[in-house]
Design a protein around this ligand. Structure first.
Ligand SMILES: Cc1ncc(COP(=O)(O)O)c(C=O)c1O
Length: 358
């Protein structure tokens, strides 16, 4: 089993390289931080942190139910959506006969969900446009397939699958197989033409599990809270294997407050739109090929090994993610930051590439 390789923490880079200014564009966090309402809610709740959380997360589930338009019986909260990925693996996979299908490259925590047991992992390469190849994924289904994960938008590519192709895929896969649509970046892709929202499939009674998180657009990555939604009997099964207090009390109130601050999300999404346009122009200007992104990061083919570029950027105090670790050695993944952070990245990328060619 491969250990998870997170984006490098700012303090570690400062310490190791002796730098004062470090910009982290590696973990798709919210550059504006959390909503001020969430900060207030956490301060207030901190006084009660000697009390166990509400294990049923009643108030948060009510708020999410209203937000997403699904009954509470279809909802489950997690210690980040990472935890829900893990729990879904525990529920659906057990024997060495069971199989799970994922795209390649996609989010590495899916792989980990099979690697904790003896089950088989089938990785289906993305297509030539770095999109999930749903036809090939459907062909990879066998009598033993139990679970399929699709990140939509995908991490690390930022690409999406469209409604028409997902509908065809759903029709082609036997209905006892659970299909997870991981919408960690939903708020950034919402409104994209022909986007297949997991919520609509769950509402229609399909065997689809949606995952969303408060870590990205809502800016709560550090406190750990995400949610899943799916058929009531699937949610009931996941509920049985989770730890009783998996969603901590501070995270629950932070998430309720964050949901109540639509303005903060709007500001984040608007900055993201502008940041993606800027990043696309920067990458194009240096001869790289950026992919069209529906998330809060951009993946670009540099046309050369990305690892030395990643390393040189790091030495200049800019933390990105090298495709070397993500499955495409010529690609670099960069999160959208503030305008100032984007300018610093642009300047340093140009410097680094100039140094490389000199
Ligand atoms: C596709 C995808 N799913 C899930 C997660 C995990 O998010 P969380 O912070 O909610 O555990 C991430 C985080 O990067 C992600 O990219």
């Amino acid at each position: 089993m491969q250990p998870y390789l997170p984006g490098k923490p700012i303090d570690e880079v400062k310490r190791e390289l002796g730098l004062d200014r470090v910009v982290k564009l590696a973990s798709n966090e919210n550059p504006f931080g959390p909503s001020p309402k969430a900060i207030e809610a956490v301060k207030e709740a901190a006084e009660k942190m000697h009390i166990y959380p509400d294990g049923a997360a009643h108030d948060l589930k009510q708020a999410v139910s209203k937000h997403i338009g699904l009954p509470v019986s279809n909802l489950i909260m997690g210690n980040g959506s990472d935890e829900l990925i893990h729990l879904i693996g525990l529920v659906f996979l057990g024997s060495d006969q069971d199989e799970m299908i994922v795209g390649d490259p996609s989010f590495s925590r899916y792989d980990a969900a099979t690697q904790i047991g003896p089950s088989k992992l089938t990785k289906v390469p993305l297509d030539a446009d770095y999109r999930h190849d749903l036809v090939a994924m459907s062909k990879a289904v066998t009598a033993n397939t139990k679970l399929i994960f699709i990140a939509n938008p995908n991490n690390p590519t930022g690409t999406i699958v469209r409604k028409a192709e997902f509908d065809r895929f759903l029709d082609s896969v036997p209905s006892h197989i659970a299909i997870v649509l991981d919408e960690a970046y939903f708020e950034f892709s919402e409104g994209a033409e022909d986007f297949p929202s997991a919520r609509d499939y769950v509402a229609a009674g399909k065997n689809v599990i949606g995952l969303r998180t408060f870590s990205k657009a809502y800016g709560l990555a550090g406190i750990r809270i995400g949610y899943g939604f799916g058929p009531a009997e699937v949610i009931d099964a996941i509920n049985r294997v989770r730890e009783p207090f998996n969603a901590n009390s501070l995270a629950q109130v932070a998430a309720i407050a964050a949901l109540d601050d639509a303005e903060h999300v709007q500001k984040t999404v608007q900055n993201n739109k502008e940041g993606l346009e800027f990043l696309a122009s920067v990458f194009t200007s240096v001869g790289a090929k950026p992919l069209e992104s529906y998330a809060n990061f951009m993946y670009a083919d540099l046309g050369r090994p990305a690892q030395p570029v990643f390393q040189a950027l790091l030495e200049q105090g800019v933390i990105t993610r090298s495709g070397h670790a993500l499955g495409n050695p010529a690609c670099l993944r960069v999160s959208v930051g503030t305008k100032e952070e984007m300018e610093i990245f642009a300047e340093q990328l140009k410097n680094v590439l100039k140094m490389e060619t000199a």
